[in-house]
Structures are given as structure tokens and as C-alpha cells.
Design a protein around this ligand. Structure first.
Ligand code: GLN
Length: 284
């Protein structure tokens, strides 16, 4: 192959697809070529012979090499869509997952006041908080994260999407003195430290602090369930994401701490994925 022909979109894509392999090599390669060239995906299809500038071809090859090492596409693009919101992502936070949109859907169905006060704990990119703010402009949404880079990222996403939320740096409730929330929502770390999934796929490149929670994966959930009650209004809700096999354990934690209306719900794949519970009314 001559050096000239190797710089067409088609040649670059074909060589990348071969190297990337895995589940979705064409999609990955196309997304990376869009990122390197600023072109849209349809333009490669309509005009595969289109020449790519040398510096852009070089940038593309570097991205492909990172992908071959396993780096998540979202980190290479610096962006991931969640609830149709284009969120900036970085290796300091978890990449938002589609299944976490089920948490947002469930929160939106709860019987909450029109101007509900909501706290998203361990917000990362700000995904859950920003999705809720986009749907409920009258809610007062606070988001917290222990990691400074995550706090900055969530603030940046809030600014660029023009969705006003308050982001505070806090390890769970440590810097949250207020009570009076109507909803506490979180996608906390919940993977057991010895889980083999941690050695596979995207999670290898995500921060362990966002994924791993002790021997049984429940360390952070235990804390949230125990401390949540004192930050909620009577009748307020807590909604937690957890592992597919943790539903019963999480329901038991809520029950032991005196919560009511405890219910586990499934994700889009039909797996147990979240449990919600309500703080008892004050006269109970
Ligand atoms: N659902 C994610 C995964 O299995 C984990 C997210 C989390 O720990 N909060 O990759």
C-alpha cells in the first residue's frame, strides 16, 4: 500500500478496525476518526476516499494505539452521553453507564415536592444530578464528591450544559451538615475488592475509589443507609444503585436501620440494580 492511499479515511479505518478487534471495532474506529478529524461519521461513508491531513492521521493512529491497550472510548473522546446530555469525562471519575439512567427514571417517578431538595452523593461527572436538574428545573440539586477533580468536572459540566447545581467536596455526608433533603440518590462504589470484573474491560482504567467498596462491596452502602436518615425530611427517599446480586443484602440493611417502603428495581438488562427506601413519617 502506498503512503498516499494509507491516508484515505477508508484505509485508516480498515487498518484501525483490524488492530482494535473486540466487540465494536468499526464503531470505535469511526468515533476516534471523528475525534481526530472533526468530520462526522456519515462523511466517511459517503466519501471513503477522502484524504486525511497528516497531523490528523497521526493523532488518529495515537488514539487507536491507546484503544488497543484497552483505554475506554469515553476517556479517549473525553466525552460520554448520559440522559442525552454530552458530559465531559476524565480518568478521575467513573464513566456514566446507561443503566444508571434507570436511577434517574425512578427518581423522577417518586412522589416528591415540586421544589424538592435533592443530594447526589459521589456524583463523579455530575451525571445523575445534571440529569435530574435538566428534567426538574425547580428542584434544588446538590451534588457531592470526595475527589477534587470530580468536583471540578461536575462544576464544568454544570456550566457548559447551563444546568445549575451546587457541587460540594465531601466524603459522603462529612461536609453536608444540612438535613432537610427530600431525596438522597447515589451510584456509590459497590464492587467487592476481589471481583474478577475489575481486571476486565473499561473498569481497569477507572478509579478504584469509584468502584470498589470492601470485601463484600457494601461498605459505602452501609454508611449511606446508616447516615442517610438524619439528612432527610420525614417521608424523604433514598435511592441507591448496587450490584445485580446485592438486592437482598441492601434491602436487609435498609430494614435493619428502620426504613420503610423498601423496594428493589431492575435495570434495562433485567438485573436487580437499585433499591429505594423511605424515611418514616415523624409521627411513626
Ligand atoms: N456498574 C459498574 C460496573 O459494573 C460499577 C459502578 C459502581 O461501582 N458504582 O462496571
Amino acid at each position: 500500500m502506498s503512503s498516499e492511499s494509507s491516508l484515505t479515511c477508508e484505509a485508516l479505518l480498515n487498518s484501525a478496525i483490524e488492530q482494535i478487534g473486540g466487540e465494536s471495532p468499526r464503531l470505535d474506529a469511526e468515533l476516534l476518526l471523528c475525534h481526530a478529524t472533526g468530520l462526522g461519521r456519515t462523511s466517511f461513508r459517503a466519501w471513503p476516499e477522502r484524504e486525511v491531513a497528516l497531523d490528523q492521521a497521526q493523532a488518529f493512529r495515537e488514539l487507536v494505539a491507546e484503544r488497543v491497550k484497552g483505554l475506554p472510548i469515553a476517556y479517549l473522546l473525553g466525552q460520554q452521553e448520559f440522559w442525552s446530555l454530552p458530559l465531559k469525562v476524565s480518568p478521575s471519575t467513573l464513566i456514566p453507564r446507561p443503566d444508571t439512567e434507570c436511577l434517574v427514571e425512578t427518581a423522577l417517578e417518586l412522589p416528591l415536592p415540586e421544589n424538592a431538595r435533592v443530594l447526589d452523593l459521589g456524583t463523579g461527572t455530575g451525571a445523575i444530578a445534571l440529569a435530574l436538574a435538566s428534567e426538574k428545573p425547580r428542584w434544588q440539586v446538590v451534588a457531592s464528591d470526595r475527589v477534587e477533580e470530580a468536583v471540578e468536572l461536575a462544576r464544568e459540566n454544570s456550566r457548559s450544559l447551563q444546568l445549575p447545581i451546587t457541587v460540594v467536596q465531601s466524603h459522603w455526608f462529612d461536609q453536608i451538615p444540612e438535613s432537610g433533603f427530600d431525596l438522597l440518590i447515589s451510584n456509590p462504589p459497590y464492587i467487592p475488592v476481589s471481583d474478577h470484573h475489575l481486571n476486565e474491560g473499561d473498569v481497569r482504567f477507572e478509579p478504584p475509589s469509584a468502584l470498589v467498596a470492601g470485601d463484600d462491596g457494601l461498605d459505602d452502602i452501609r454508611l449511606l443507609v446508616a447516615e442517610g436518615l438524619q439528612h432527610l425530611n420525614p417521608d424523604g427517599w433514598m435511592l441507591l444503585e448496587h450490584g445485580y446480586d446485592q438486592g437482598e443484602a441492601v434491602r436487609n440493611l435498609f430494614a435493619a436501620a428502620g426504613w420503610r417502603n423498601i423496594e428493589t428495581r431492575k435495570d434495562y438488562g433485567g438485573n436487580d440494580r437499585m433499591t429505594l427506601a423511605r424515611k418514616p413519617a415523624s409521627d411513626q
